[in-house]
Write a protein of this length. Structure first.
Length: 254
């Protein structure tokens, strides 16, 4: 399969010019998120990890998908079945999963064009460090991938360090106000419950992220699958990865 032609982008570690309005995203931390998660981060000046809310079972907090010869498969961190925990309180029992995930990534992607470019990072995460808190692991991975490997210049915060209370959308609104948001960038799923007028009354515009139209890149085991961890894109596209997340859009749409 032939991937889309990369476009000129800022190199990793550089900062793009800040937008005219202060844009904020607020999402629970996920394990090795897909590229759309980083698309939202790229749109923002401040990104808040919303991790002092209830942990949800069979969700993206402790698992994500990789491409296998048999289709999309799961990488899952065992965290137990207790649903009475906040995401930030979820503990990881042992290190056995780290070796398993490392070997799986090696088996599936070591022949990818840019795997060696990220080998030291993968070694550090799975072989050199020991993780006992899910949120800490997720936030480390997301921060490192965004800043060091995708060149996104953004301020990261966590919800537990910010004031706010109330129900779901009220809490999100309070978090937006706490970081002086002028624009709240949200995934499309929130359309089902978010009252945009509530935000506008506080001077905050709501922008819905559109995940449609991502170009395909060279990927093992066709047919192509968009809904896999961003590592799949990094291993196959390397420094051109941003072109397949946001760089393919016209400047007015980014």
């Amino acid at each position: 399969m032939t991937g889309a032609s990369p476009v000129a982008l800022e190199p990793p570690g550089s900062c793009r010019q800040a937008p005219r309005s202060r844009r904020v995203g607020i999402i629970q931390s996920n394990y090795l998120p897909w590229k759309g998660y980083f698309d939202i981060i790229h749109d923002c000046d401040v990104f808040v990890f919303y991790d002092d809310v209830q942990f949800t079972k069979n969700d993206w907090r402790n698992r994500n998908r990789v491409k296998t010869p048999r289709g999309a498969g799961w990488l899952t961190i065992p965290v137990g079945t207790d649903l009475g925990r906040r995401i930030c309180d979820v503990r990881i029992a042992d290190r056995a999963w780290q070796t398993k995930h490392y070997k799986t990534l090696l088996q599936l992607y070591r022949k990818a064009a840019y795997f060696d470019r990220y080998r030291a990072f993968i070694d550090h995460v799975y072989l050199e460090r020991s993780w006992d808190n899910l949120s800490e692991l997720n936030q480390f991975l997301i921060r490192a991938i965004a800043r060091d490997h995708l060149g996104i210049c953004v301020e990261f915060r966590t919800s537990s360090e910010l004031p706010g209370s109330g129900g779901r959308q009220e809490r999100v609104l309070e978090l937006c106000k706490a970081v002086d948001a002028e624009v709240y960038v949200s995934g499309p799923a929130a359309k089902a419950y978010l009252d945009t007028e509530l935000f506008r009354r506080d001077g905050i515009d709501v922008v819905w992220k559109d995940y449609a139209g991502y170009p395909e890149y060279t990927q093992f085991h066709p047919p192509f699958e968009h809904g896999v961890t961003v590592l799949d894109l990094l291993f196959h596209a390397g420094p051109h990865a941003p072109a397949y997340i946001w760089g393919w859009r016209s400047p007015a749409a980014v």
